[in-house]
Design a binder for this molecule. Structure first.
Ligand code: F0G
Length: 378
């Protein structure tokens, strides 16, 4: 178990903001997942906390959307795009980098469709480690690539897929003293399962359904670990899991690897998920399932969420797309149910998908009459 470095414990009664310069934490509210849930995470005692105060993301109620979908159930979005680097990866990365730093690793490496890269780069920078990230050439959204570069990672584009990049980083970490921080690293899952804890803490119990995108399948595996652990401890119940892949990258639905995965939701453009078996088991044990939705369905739900004020990246809309598809085809009955949809990454990660497909802004002379014409005629 990780030692608890919660700064609030020591300064709760002080008027000053809680501070702890040894961990670098200064926060009124946020404390980071290691501080909040460290006792429940299976991390080695030598782990040295490296945190950006990740986690504690909102569970946003969606009553208007529920009405549009026919009503009769509760729907919440777990908005993971509000983590420090804009995706859920930060939960796993604080754990993985804390372990790596504590054992004296100097360099970390990962393969990534982008979010893991940006997160690894940020946490490595925070912990004073070198980060190397391998990404598939030309298939990583601008905001993710920029994040990895901004934090000073060595970014290497592979002329191949995410799956090829993952094979390479596994191979190199077996040969050289470099820490692997993909979700094959068990500490990533330890960190990521805290999202399940937060949902139970917020709702008082697990939801009936949890819907989320599935790529390399670490996150669905971590959620299931988290819900089971909390249920054993606090009797919070277990959700049914609806994992959602993109039709062009749906190995877990097809039952075999996909050599050339394709989807606009580049975050989940993965043909050989490292934790595929565990994901299938989790879906089955939960009495849920893994399904696939098309790119147009994903983009439609991205627009739908944006119209509700939540801009998420395409892959992040897959969970909702899966839910709506099951609902509209009569394969799921949600009457009286409580549903949580996980939106894994922020829309700012992938601005091009919007600017490419939506109309460009109107250009006007800087004159009142022109402005009136433009807005009053609509
Ligand atoms: N949503 C987003 C925004 C992601 O970036 C990813 C995975 C997933 C969902 C799927 O999660 O892999 O645990 O099943 N992104 C990885 C990456 C592969 O490299 O950033 P998963």
């Amino acid at each position: 178990m990780l030692k608890n470095n919660n700064p609030r414990r020591t300064t709760r009664n002080s008027k000053e903001p809680p501070t702890n310069y040894s961990t670098g934490i200064i926060s009124m509210n946020r404390q980071g997942i290691l501080s909040r849930y460290g006792q429940l995470l299976n991390l080695p005692p030598y782990s040295t906390p490296v945190t950006l105060l990740e986690g504690d993301t909102p569970l946003v109620p969606m009553p208007r959307l529920v009405e549009e979908l026919g009503g009769g159930f509760e729907l919440f979005v777990k908005y993971e795009g509000l983590n420090p680097t804009g995706s859920f990866k930060d939960r796993g990365m604080t754990a993985a980098i804390s372990e790596a730093a504590g054992r004296g690793a100097k360099t970390v490496i990962c393969a990534s469709t982008g979010n893991t890269a940006a997160s690894a780069a940020a946490f490595a920078a925070r912990g004073g480690l070198r980060a190397i990230v391998l990404i598939p050439e030309g298939k990583v959204a601008a905001g993710k690539l920029a994040g990895a570069v901004a934090h000073g990672a060595q970014v290497i584009q592979i002329q191949g897929s995410f799956d090829d990049a993952l094979s390479l980083v596994v191979e190199i970490t077996q040969k050289h003293p470099i820490a692997l921080v993909n979700s094959l690293n068990p500490y990533r899952l330890e960190g990521q399962k805290t999202a399940a804890f937060e949902i139970c803490d917020c709702l008082g119990s697990a939801p009936d359904w949890l819907c989320l995108p599935v790529g390399n399948a670490g996150n669905i595996t971590a959620y299931w670990l988290g819900f089971r652990q909390y249920h054993d401890l606090k009797n919070t119940g277990l959700p049914r899991l609806l994992g959602v892949q993109a039709t062009g990258a749906a190995p877990l639905v097809l039952g075999h690897p996909v050599d050339k995965p394709e989807t606009l939701a580049t975050a989940i453009r993965i043909g050989r998920p490292a934790r595929g078996e565990q994901a299938l088991q989790a879906a089955e044990q939960s009495q849920g399932r893994i399904i696939a939705v098309s790119d147009p369905q994903i983009l439609a739900m991205q627009r739908c969420l944006a119209a509700e004020g939540l801009w998420v990246e395409p892959a992040s809309a897959a969970g909702l797309a899966g839910l709506v598809s099951e609902l509209q085809s009569g394969k799921i009955n949600l009457k009286g149910q409580r549903v949580v949809v996980v939106c894994t990454g922020h829309g700012l990660k992938d601005p091009d998908i919007i600017t490419r497909n939506l109309p460009a802004p109107t250009v006007l002379p800087a004159e009142l009459s022109a402005l009136e014409d433009a807005i009053l005629s609509r």
